[in-house]
Design a protein around this ligand. Structure first.
Ligand code: CDP
Length: 241
């Protein structure tokens, strides 16, 4: 973010380097129930991102000292495969993935009825197989599906999406080049029914008006992503085995 460059991110027709309009999402595909052993699972392709989510639980929290007497703990682990980015990423947790695991855990915990399952843990594994910017919000979106697939009661199906600013223009759902060379990125997670914000971060700089425009774009986009989630769940549960 904020790396100055000569790359033109918006052309003379107002289109982006991948041909999108400023308020256009990348193509998204979702599939629910892709793993046999997990209690719930889902897979998402979002632009160049390829992300798998698996849920285990609610199950007795281990080690015992992490148990909460009045609620379940939600532990999301975000991990990026060594082959998921151009430059091989060192395998294993780093500062960034620890931060992402923490913010994703908090966003997911805010929608789960954790008080129903004291002393348990709900473990959410988010595995990024291919990364192309926006992995934390795509990870939240696919984790919501895996949680639903695991039958975990939630207030809403949470949706993640980002918006930001490139070449002075507020745009939805930044791709890798836009994320690298743009001016700002604002990842959000929204509860589509009430429009509550479960995650809001900002990298880079934008004015208050631009931030508001970016948030409005995200609010609108999360409604359509939410419809895709519902369709993906229906596809799984209407399948004839
Ligand atoms: O993925 P997200 O936008 O949520 O997080 P980020 O930290 O803003 O990373 C943006 C993108 O940079 C990632 O999606 C990857 O495509 C890329 N990246 C990378 O190439 N190598 C890393 N070690 C971390 C991120």
């Amino acid at each position: 973010m904020g790396m100055k460059s000569d790359i033109k991110l918006i052309d003379d027709n107002g289109l982006r380097i991948d041909g999108r309009l400023p308020n256009q999402l990348r193509p998204i595909k979702m599939k629910v129930g892709v793993l046999q052993r997990a209690d719930g699972s889902a897979y998402i392709e979002w632009g160049g991102n390829r992300i798998m989510a698996a849920v285990y639980g609610p199950r007795e929290a281990y080690p015992k000292h992490v148990q909460e007497p009045d609620k379940a703990i939600v532990r999301a682990r975000y991990s990026m495969a060594a082959f998921s980015v151009d430059e091989r990423k060192r395998p294993g947790p780093d500062r960034r993935s620890i931060e992402l695991g923490k913010v994703i855990s908090e966003a997911l915990e805010s929608v789960i009825f954790v008080e129903k399952y004291p002393r348990t843990s709900i473990d959410v594994y988010i595995e990024v197989l291919q990364a192309d910017a926006g992995t934390r919000v795509a990870g939240i979106t696919v984790a919501a599906l895996a949680l639903a697939d695991a039958g975990i009661p939630m207030r809403d199906l949470i949706v993640g999406c980002a918006a930001g600013k490139v070449d002075g223009v507020v745009v939805l759902d930044l791709n890798k080049e836009e994320d690298n060379y743009g001016e700002a990125d604002v990842p959000m997670a929204i509860l589509p029914r009430t429009k509550e914000i479960a995650l809001l971060q900002m990298d880079g700089d934008m004015t208050y008006e631009e931030l508001k425009a970016a948030m409005d774009m995200t609010f609108e986009a999360t409604q359509s992503i939410h419809k895709m989630q519902i369709e993906a769940l229906k596809r799984k549960y209407m399948e004839v085995e």
